[in-house]
Design a protein around this ligand. Structure first.
Ligand code: SUO
Ligand code: CP
Length: 318
């Protein structure tokens, strides 16, 4: 594997999930591969899980890591080309080129601006980073996708379905939020799920909240949340801002929150969320604290999702 931007960089997703689950059983089996290797983790946005699970994954492979939180620790970075840099201190071009000299894999988080749809859709920043880096780049959540999260999510579903032996219904449900949030987690989840043929996939969201067709292709889409929940085996809750009215918050209706009563419509569905989650805005305490919630299993699988990706890249280096 030469880079990890999306599911399209994966040859066989079933194989990848299987190997990641094997790593979970035997996390130190490839400790030799990371000897004298370094993974650089660069954050243009906050993180808890991605940052620490990637560090743990690297540790499991015998690699060292360094982390740079751009806004807290570094110079102000100029992202655009051709500007007179009166207000910014270092250009992305030098910053990424230099950082890539200090590691063997460069993992980067760059959220969308949510104001210029084309700019975000074309992944301008991530593509510049790919271009400037001398080493393979891993996506830790970009303008449109969060593939490490989605890999952990499909691994979690695999664990609860005896590796997809049972057909299952997965529902991605939009939920309310007070902030304008990216589409990356939802897009990426839809993209990965659509590659697994045993999954019957539904997306439910308010009017004008449909995701880009490129990612939601193949899903059954309904604006009636209750209808979507019937017979569901997994409810994946996530807020995103409107895609059509790009980045806008058009709905704050609290009736979209996931409640215990709504979960009763399902087939004893497991509750999933990528975290961080705002309690009693997105989901009721009673659901998050119930035995149906598998958010911590998802978070744990973030380690092995990163680990299998780092492993595949390290194997391709040697
Ligand atoms: N990496 C997981 C999700 C990150 C981000 N959530 C957030 O920014 C929520 C923060 C808040 O609740 O203010 C998102 O939706 O893409
Ligand atoms: N789920 C996830 O990516 O969490 P962080 O934003 O805390 O890394």
């Amino acid at each position: 594997m030469k880079k990890f931007f999306s599911v399209e960089d994966v040859v066989d997703i079933y194989d990848l999930i299987k190997e990641a689950l094997l790593l979970k059983k035997n996390p130190y089996s490839f400790q030799h591969i990371g000897k004298n290797k370094t993974i650089g983790l660069v954050f243009f946005n906050p993180s808890l899980r991605t940052r620490i699970s990637c560090q743990k994954a690297a540790f499991n492979l015998g690699c060292s890591t360094w982390v740079l939180d751009i806004h807290r620790d570094s110079w102000t970075i100029e992202m655009d080309d051709g500007n007179v840099m009166n207000l910014t201190q270092e250009h992305l071009k030098e910053a990424i080129s230099v950082m890539s000299l200090y590691c063997d894999i460069l993992a980067v988080r760059t959220f969308p601006n949510l104001s210029d749809k084309n700019y975000d859709d074309q992944e301008i920043i991530f593509n510049k980073i790919l271009n400037y880096s001398r080493v393979p780049v891993v996506n830790m959540e970009s303008a449109t996708l969060h593939p490490l999260q989605s890999l952990a999510d499909v691994m979690t579903i695999a664990e609860y379905t005896s590796f997809f032996r049972k057909k299952c219904k997965v529902v991605l449900s939009w939920v309310p939020h007070v902030k304008s949030l990216p589409h990356s987690v939802a897009n990426s989840f839809a993209q990965w799920i659509s590659k697994i043929k045993q999954i019957d996939f539904t997306i439910t969201c308010p009017e004008r909240y449909n995701l880009h067709k490129k990612f939601s292709n193949g899903a059954y889409i309904t604006h009636h949340q209750n209808e979507a929940f019937i017979n569901a085996n997994f409810i994946y809750a996530k807020n995103w801002s409107s895609y059509l009215d790009y980045g806008k918050i058009l709905c704050k209706n609290p009736n979209w929150m996931i409640t215990e009563n709504k979960m009763k419509l399902t087939n004893q569905a497991k509750f999933m969320h990528c975290l961080p989650v705002r309690r009693n805005l997105v989901v009721e305490d009673a659901v998050l604290d119930s035995k149906y919630s598998i958010v911590l299993q998802q978070a744990k699988n973030r380690i092995y999702a990163s680990q299998i990706i780092f492993l595949r890249i390290l194997q391709s280096l040697s």
